[in-house]
Design a protein around this ligand. Structure first.
Ligand SMILES: *Cc1c(COP(=O)(O)O)cnc(C)c1O
Length: 393
């Protein structure tokens, strides 16, 4: 098993960083946590100061000390230069793409990407005159053949959040460097702890902080972390689009961060246990989880990642709709719903052939995505065991 405590020389270990970054008790009268600054107006002491805008905070939308605290913590932990918070993970995706894409550009988008990101490309980018070309997540360095003179950026998501294909990020980064393209990555699955995008050539890393960083399914939040080269583009996009997070949500992100390492350890352990148990079930055709030794992405995952989280998928042998509904409708511990990364266990049925365009999904059985929460695995297995009985009729 890879461990989350590998880190750059001279840095503290991950578990220590999530506890200490973004807070300064001495500056907070000894209180352990930073206060929540709520506010729009920020006062300036003089006309000169007002025109010079020299003070660190000038308007609530631009930043607050609470926002800065979480931004600085994520930048340090994920290993980038600057982090910008957004109101949702999806807004982090759209703001980051709009920071670079211009009318007349061509962009390369991974076929396994989070579905709303596809919708943004197919609807909004199209309207703005930006052409999106989808590519096979397994393409690796072969992506060089798709680069055109007007290609601006490559967007990656590894592994994909439904079908879990691993991408060869270093090979794609090499092409991006050679062809002078921006490399963006949706790094939500691994969180800032289990994949360090900036050590692998990524320019901009996106987190749906709604998932593991908030960690309790009680807030929407996104982060965009950039290297030095990309930071000014992200900053300009944030300013011109008016992107900003809520003050309460930002605080919930800070609060969630403190337990991220310990929660992920449990998510990983339980997910691996249940994934192996499912792989041995007669009802299951295959399990999609790069942490499993038999997974096609396992070698890349071992090479590049520091751990695995609680999200994986399975393909059942059957696609019989009534039987699948009986299995899922009766589950007591697994909730059915979108999102993931909270303490609770979830399942959703999905069908990749309905949205793929660059690759074909050939499995015939029903695909299910699981999020393994912090429940005891013995209870989760009993819940699934009863579900398999209903599946069999
Ligand atoms: C959920 C998710 C998003 C969007 O985040 P929201 O906070 O729900 O807007 C983006 N990317 C991935 C991979 C996600 O799972």
């Amino acid at each position: 098993m890879s461990r989350s405590d590998k880190t750059d020389k001279g840095r503290r270990h991950a578990a220590t960083e999530v506890v200490h970054e973004g807070r300064d008790p001495k500056a907070q009268h000894g209180f352990v946590n930073p206060p929540v600054y709520r506010g729009s107006t920020v006062l300036f002491p003089t006309v000169e100061e007002l025109f010079a805008r020299r003070q660190p905070y000038t308007y609530g939308r631009r930043s607050t000390p609470t926002v800065k605290a979480l931004e600085n913590a994520i930048a340090t932990i994920e290993g980038g230069a600057v982090t910008t918070l957004t109101a949702s993970g999806y807004q982090a995706v759209t703001t980051a793409i709009l920071a670079f894409a211009e009318s007349g550009d061509h962009i390369l988008m991974v076929d396994s990407v989070y579905q709303p990101t596809r919708t943004f490309c197919d609807v909004m980018l199209k309207k703005l005159g930006v052409e999106t070309e989808y590519y096979d997540p397994l393409i690796g360095g072969g992506i060089a053949a798709l680069v055109r003179p007007n290609t601006r950026l490559i967007f990656t998501e590894s592994p994909g959040s439904q079908t879990l294909e691993m991408q060869d990020i270093p090979a794609i980064a090499k092409v991006a460097r050679e062809k002078k393209l921006w490399l963006l990555m949706d790094n939500t699955w691994a969180s800032p702890l289990y994949f360090k995008p900036f050590l692998h050539g990524v320019d901009v890393s996106i987190q749906a902080a709604t998932k593991y960083i908030v960690g309790h399914a009680d807030a929407m939040l996104g982060t965009i972390t950039a290297n030095e080269r990309a930071a000014k583009f992200i900053d300009r996009a944030k300013e011109t689009l008016g992107t900003c997070p809520g003050s309460e949500e930002t605080y919930l992100g800070l609060r969630g961060l403190r337990t991220l390492d310990v929660r992920l350890e449990r998510h990983q352990k339980s997910a691996l246990d249940i994934a192996m148990w499912l792989a041995a079930r007669p009802e299951v055709a295959r399990v999609l989880y790069p942490a499993l030794p038999g997974d096609p992405g396992h070698a890349l995952w071992r090479r590049d990642f520091l751990g695995a989280t609680g999200l994986f998928s399975v393909v059942l042998k059957t696609s019989e709709a009534k039987a699948v509904a009986a299995m899922l409708d009766g589950l007591e511990l697994f909730g059915m719903g979108y999102s993931w990364g909270g303490y609770e266990s979830l399942v959703i049925p999905f069908n990749p052939s309905s949205y793929r365009t660059a690759t074909r999904w050939t499995d015939e059985g029903q695909a299910l995505r699981f999020h393994i929460g912090l429940d005891d695995v013995r209870d989760l297995k009993a819940d699934l065991e009863a579900g398999f009985k209903r599946l069999a009729g």
